[in-house]
Write a protein that binds this ligand. Structure first.
Ligand SMILES: Cc1cc2nc3c(=O)[nH]c(=O)nc-3n(C[C@H](O)[C@H](O)[C@H](O)COP(=O)(O)OP(=O)(O)OC[C@H]3O[C@@H](n4cnc5c(N)ncnc54)[C@H](O)[C@@H]3O)c2cc1C
Ligand code: SF4
Length: 322
C-alpha cells in the first residue's frame, strides 16, 4: 500500500478541504482499503468522515425520510420504521454481504463503491475502466457482467441499496464545492452508463451527505439471486415499488441491479402496469418489456431468465404485502 496521510473531518466543508482533488473519503473502509491494497487507487490523504455531525442519523418524516450517508447498512436492516415504510430497502440492506460487513459498511460507501469486475480488480491489468484501451471482459470472462450498457465497459453496478433507492425515487444530497446539490439515483450513475472510466457521476471531492426518500404511501419489495446464500453479491437483483389497491397497481417502478452500469429500468414496463390488475400475466408482460433490449454476452445469458423470474416474483410480493 502506498503511504498516505490520515485526518478526521469535523464538518462537510472541512472534509472537502482536506480531501482536495486527490484525497479519498473513508467511511466503513470495506471497499476503499481493498482498492488501496491492490494499488488501484492511491489517495494522498484519507479523510475519515464517520464523525461528521448528523451523518449517522435516520430521520423519519411524514413526506420525506432523510438517511445520513454514514448510516450503516445494518442500521437500515434493523430499523423498524424502514422495515414498515420502505420494506424493499430493508430487504436490500439485509442481503448485503455478511452481518460483519453490514455492521461497518455505510450508505454513502455502498452507493459509491467501485466496480467488482475481476479485470478491473486485478492490479496488473489495465483495462478500459482504468485508463487502458481494452475491455477484457467483452471477449473474456463475462459471467457476472451487464445485459445493458451505453458504452464499451460491461461492468454492472453492484450496490443493492442503489437498486432499492431507485425504485423508491430517492434523491441523493451531495456537497459539491460550496454548494449542496440534489441528484436522482439515475443522475448519480448516469456517467457510468456513458463513460467506461466512471463508476458513478460523482466528481473528485464530492461528498454524499444524505439520501432523501419521498413517502408515496405505497409499498416496495426487493429480491436477488446469488451464487452463495450469504457473503455474496447479486447475480441479478430486482426492486419494485408502487401502490396496490384492490389488486390494481399504480405508480409502479421496476428496477434491476447487477445487469447494467446503472440501476436499470424501462419506462415502457412501468407504464404497462399503470391501472392494471396485478397478476401473473401482467407481471410477465412487464418482465418482457424490461428485458426487451437485453444483450447477453457469451457467458451471462443465464441472467435473463433469472431477471424475468425476479421481476415477476417481486411484483407478486408487492401485491401480497399490500
Ligand atoms: C465480501 C463482500 C461482500 C459484499 N457484498 C455486497 C452485496 O452483496 N451488496 C452490496 O451492495 N455491497 C456489497 N459489498 C460492498 C459493501 O457493502 C461496500 O463495500 C460497502 O458498502 C462500502 O461501504 P463503506 O462504508 O465500507 O465504504 P468505503 O470502503 O469507506 O468507501 C467506498 C468508496 O466510497 C467513497 N465514499 C464513502 N463514503 C462516501 C460519501 N459519503 N461520499 C462520497 N464518497 C464516499 C470512498 O471514498 C470510496 O471510494 C460487499 C463487500 C464485501 C467486502
Ligand atoms: S467490463 Fe469494464 S471494468 Fe471490466 S474489463 Fe471491461 S472495461 Fe474493465
Amino acid at each position: 500500500m502506498k503511504p498516505f496521510q490520515y485526518a478526521t473531518a469535523l464538518s462537510p466543508a472541512g472534509a472537502r478541504e482536506l480531501a482536495g482533488e486527490d484525497g479519498a473519503y473513508l467511511a466503513g473502509g470495506n471497499d476503499l482499503l481493498a482498492l488501496m491494497k491492490e494499488y488501484l487507487v492511491e489517495p494522498r490523504i484519507l479523510v475519515n468522515i464517520k464523525s461528521l455531525p448528523g451523518l449517522n442519523r435516520v430521520k423519519p418524516g411524514a413526506k420525506v425520510w432523510t438517511l445520513g450517508a454514514g448510516v450503516t447498512v445494518a442500521e437500515l436492516e434493523d430499523h423498524e420504521g424502514v422495515k414498515k415504510v420502505f420494506p424493499g430497502l430493508q430487504q436490500a440492506a439485509a442481503e448485503v454481504g455478511s452481518r460483519q460487513i453490514r455492521n461497518v459498511a455505510t450508505l454513502g460507501g455502498n452507493l459509491a463503491q467501485h466496480s467488482r469486475c475481476w479485470y478491473y480488480r486485478h492490479r496488473d491489468i489495465l483495462c478500459l475502466k482504468r485508463g487502458g484501451d481494452t475491455c477484457y471482459a467483452r471477449h473474456g470472462e463475462n459471467k457476472y457482467h451487464s445485459l445493458f450498457t451505453g458504452n464499451t465497459c460491461i461492468s454492472p453496478v453492484v450496490s443493492n441499496l442503489s437498486v432499492a433507492l431507485t425504485a423508491l425515487e430517492a434523491t441523493v444530497l451531495v456537497q459539491r464545492g460550496d454548494e449542496q446539490k440534489r441528484m436522482t439515483l439515475k443522475e448519480l450513475y448516469a456517467r457510468a452508463w456513458d463513460n467506461p472510466t466512471a463508476h458513478n457521476s460523482l466528481e473528485p471531492g464530492d461528498l454524499i451527505l444524505a439520501v432523501e426518500i419521498p413517502v408515496r404511501g405505497g409499498s416496495s419489495a426487493y429480491l436477488q439471486a446469488s451464487e452463495k446464500s450469504a457473503f455474496d453479491w447479486a447475480l441479478v437483483s430486482c426492486a419494485v415499488a408502487g401502490r396496490v389497491k384492490g389488486g390494481t397497481i399504480t405508480g409502479a417502478r421496476i428496477v434491476l441491479g447487477a445487469v447494467s452500469p446503472m440501476p436499470y429500468e424501462a419506462a415502457a414496463a412501468n407504464d404497462s402496469l399503470e391501472g392494471k390488475s396485478l397478476d401473473a400475466e401482467t407481471a410477465a408482460r412487464a418482465a418482457d418489456l424490461v428485458l426487451a433490449r437485453a444483450h447477453a454476452q457469451a457467458q451471462n445469458g443465464y441472467k435473463i431468465p433469472i431477471a424475468r423470474a425476479l421481476i415477476q416474483r417481486s411484483l407478486l410480493q408487492l401485491k401480497a404485502q399490500s
